[in-house]
Write a protein that binds this ligand. Structure first.
Ligand code: HDD
Length: 756
């Protein structure tokens, strides 16, 4: 039973693992009805398109699963075999000449096993090596046929299966989840006209404008080549050396130093396609588009001290969170929004829409919701699915096309190219997780690891021997948008690309005071890890053009004077249209109010007041939260009236940074025990420091006092997230506690440095 699931939840989609019948009759204990079926190319009202008749739409069924079924292996009740299917008699001992004699070369069973093992690893992704994936579906809200002929947007309710992979960028495959970093948000849509990969990030802009600089950027941020340090961190000399010399990175740096770069969960972050793409309709008309994903769960982040501690307490924090939520039937959901705009509109903007270091403020082009993405099934096998999935920006479908963004141009090449070495050849599209649901017919042949058995003697076109097949689709196929081009061949950039600071300033000015303070603290921290003073100095000289206030705060934190601003590329930069854009602040997207899937630690010990513990646990469960009883050791605790409670985690194995909120109990014996345990005090301090709600019952005030928790905010105002009550009155304060938990973090308590 996983942590989030408690004892009662199962993911009904998992029940469908080995055959359809189990999918329609889930095991006992299933309490969650998934949001909708997902059958390729169908609408919700149509029967299941999987080819299996008689079931109608299967709840939560993913059409990707149909195609994966042919490769799924269940060894339950089966005999162990070699890869040739030969039954293995002894899996313990190699073949020897005598019990103490040499092992024989002839032992093909040993050799096959070891040889396969020797080659189990494949190269990790050069960037985005660490990630987590899940299956799900996309459902269109309505037809977008006036904008695009992409079949997934053809009609209201049309459902397209997806596989999504979230990732960090810089860290290696085994690194930690909560590093300060950009997060990848890559979606593979298995549409009925082929696969479309929308390979985005959780930040709408990028560090560089031209793919020519990508290898330099990645070499700068990755561990330094001489000593391989540091892992999964941008806080080192080479990164800041590079970006401080690349003023175009400044806007993205502001995002990367904001709390966006330390999300609370993959489920609680936005996604962006970043580049301007094109939508093309059946008449061949085209408009530009930017893609946005907005999480229904709200957009929430960690704070830095918390992120650092989680790295030690649970390096798999985000992976576990996503997995557990889906297992528990808490299917994460995002809304897809489009910013659609014309070439004429684009020409008038103060920035260039081909420049990926710029976004389009929502005040200029609003975001229109067009569909929803639901993740409702964990992979069966991490390697086969999450590791082998290959996202490529080159994978577009009729109706989606590229812009001339020079960063995108490089990506169109890079992703396909990298898979060839990462996945061992040009047939990576045949790996089950990558293969389209749409049929594949062409004259490409052979290559390493070819799976398809192409029949007949024709592998060329034109042909008469094969009846001309496979034949061209003509206008029904992918037709590139015929954008007129009449220009010189040059290496260079358009003038608007040379304006580097307007949107960095827009981003900074759109933040709340607490968000601004966190950005300044992040620059201070990162730059304080830089050993070369000139690099720190140069970076602050760049920030001068973003905000005098920010530059002053960072300089003060680094113990230097604010230097003069760096020379600007443009003497008369274009005036920005928008000065403040609320959508750029994390607080702009609270999402659905509620505490579903939130983790709450209830500290207990022998002699605890059992009635209030039971009441809190029940109330939290009723709201969909995940209360967990934490004590000094596992087993049971006995409450003051003799009731017993199972302990789910210990103060040692589950530090409080892993909880969204904390409940401290009443009961003199329990308090006496907890007072003598330093873990309890760290528990409380961290919760307080990270501005998380604390419910302190009765005598637990003694714990607060020993941990040095102030009664009020620095300005003397009451701390509304530090809720105290007698155990008999717990029911009256639970709504306030739940409201604070739903708000995620109580920022009025935020202070730098921490008060405790
Ligand atoms: Fe990239 C992986 C996102 C610029 C070259 N990138 C990768 C992944 C994401 C992004 C989410 C992981 C996909 C997965 O989960 O497997 N990359 C972006 C975004 C960019 C961007 C949003 C800018 C807007 N990338 C970018 C450029 C290049 C690359 C400019 C090269 C010219 N990216 C790669 C790559 C990777 C990759 C080397 C590594 C592994 C892979 O592709 O499959 O090809």
């Amino acid at each position: 039973v996983n942590q989030l699931a408690g004892e009662t939840h199962h993911n009904p989609n998992k029940a469908g693992e080995f055959g359809y019948d189990s999918a329609v009759s889930p095991p006992q204990g299933v309490t969650h009805t998934p949001p909708s079926p997902a059958t390729v190319g169908s609408t919700l009202s149509e029967p299941n398109a999987s080819g299996k008749t008689g079931h109608g739409p299967v709840p939560g069924h993913n059409a990707t699963i149909d195609t994966l079924d042919r490769v799924r292996v269940d060894s339950t009740g089966r005999v162990l075999t070699t890869n040739q299917g030969v039954p293995v008699g002894d899996n313990q001992n190699s073949l020897k000449a005598g019990l103490r004699g040499p092992t024989l070369l002839e032992d093909f069973i040993l050799r096959e096993k070891i040889t396969h093992f020797d080659h189990e690893r494949i190269p990790e992704r050069i960037v985005h090596a660490r990630g987590s994936g899940a299956h799900g579906f996309f459902e269109a809200y309505g037809p977008l046929t006036d904008l695009t002929r992409a079949s997934l947007f053809a009609e209201a309710g049309k459902v397209t299966p997806v596989f999504v992979r979230f990732s960090t960028v810089a860290g290696e495959r085994g690194s930690v989840d909560t590093a300060r970093d950009v997060r990848g948000f890559a979606v593979k849509f298995y549409t009925d006209e082929g696969n479309w990969d929308l390979v985005g990030n959780n930040i709408p802009v990028f560090f560089i404008q031209d793919a020519m600089k990508f290898p330099d950027l990645v070499h700068a941020v990755k561990p330094e080549p001489h000593n391989g340090i540091p892992q999964a961190a941008s806080a080192h000399d080479t990164f800041w050396d590079f970006v401080s010399l690349m003023p175009e990175s400044t806007h993205m740096l502001l995002w990367a130093m904001s709390d966006r770069a330390i999300p609370r969960s993959y489920r609680m972050m936005q996604g962006f396609g970043v580049h301007s793409y094109r939508l093309v309709n059946a008449k061949g008309e085209s408009q530009f588009v930017k893609f946005h994903w907005k999480p229904k769960q709200g957009t929430h982040s960690l704070v830095w001290d918390e992120a650092v501690k989680i790295m030690g307490a649970d390096p798999d924090f985000h992976r576990r969170d996503l997995w557990d939520a889906i297992e528990a039937g808490e299917y994460p959901e995002w809304e897809l929004g489009l910013q659609v705009f014309t070439e004429e509109q684009a020409d008038k903007f103060s920035f260039d829409i081909l420049d990926s270091t710029k976004l389009i403020p929502e005040e200029l082009i609003p975001v229109t919701p067009v569909g929803r993405l639901v993740l409702n099934r964990n992979p069966d096998n991490f390697f086969a699915e999450t590791e082998q999935v290959a996202f490529c920006t080159a994978h577009v479908v009729p109706g989606i096309d590229f812009s001339n963004d020079p960063l995108l141009a490089g990506r169109i090449h890079s992703y396909v190219d990298t898979q060839i070495s990462r996945l061992g050849g040009p047939n990576f599209h045949e790996i089950p997780i990558n293969s389209p649901i749409a049929p594949v017919h062409n004259n490409q042949r052979d290559g390493l690891h070819r799976q398809a058995i192409a029949r007949g003697r024709v592998a060329y076109e034109p042909n008469s021997l094969g009846g001309g097949c496979p034949f061209q689709a003509g206008v029904k196929g992918f037709v590139s948008f015929p954008q007129p081009i009449k220009d010189d061949k040059v290496r260079g950039k358009p003038e608007k690309f040379a304006e580097h600071y307007n949107q960095a300033t827009l981003f900074y000015n759109s933040q709340t005071e607490v968000e601004k303070a966190h950005i300044a603290a992040a620059f201070r921290f990162e730059l304080s890890k830089v050993t070369v003073p000139a690099i720190r100095q140069r970076m602050v000289a760049s920030l001068v053009h973003v905000s005098a206030e920010l530059a002053a705060k960072v300089a003060e934190g680094l113990g230097i004077e604010v230097p003069p601003g760096l020379p600007r590329a443009l003497d008369n930069p274009p005036k920005p249209e928008v000065k403040v854009s609320p959508a750029l602040s994390l607080t702009a997207l609270p999402g659905e109010v509620g505490i579903r899937s939130r983790q709450v630690g209830i500290v207990v010990a022998n002699g605890v007041d059992g009635a209030s513990v039971a009441a809190v646990e029940k109330a939290l469960r009723a709201e969909g939260a995940v209360p967990r009883l934490v004590s000094i050791r596992l087993g049971q605790v006995t409450a003051v009236k003799g009731e017993t409670f199972d302990v789910h985690a210990t103060l040692e194995n589950h530090p409080s940074v892993l909880f969204d909120a904390l409940v401290l109990p009443c009961g003199q014996d329990a308090i006496d025990t907890l007072l003598t345990n330093g873990h309890t005090l760290e528990y409380i301090k961290d919760q307080y420091r990270h501005c998380k709600p604390i419910l302190a019952l009765g005598l637990s005030e003694q714990l607060l006092a020993k941990a040095g928790i102030p009664d009020t905010l620095p300005d003397g105002q009451p701390d509304e997230a530090l809720i105290k009550a007698q155990p008999s009155k717990v029911a009256s304060v639970l709504p306030a506690f739940i409201a604070q938990l739903s708000a995620h973090r109580y920022t009025p308590r935020d202070s730098d440095p921490p008060r405790v």
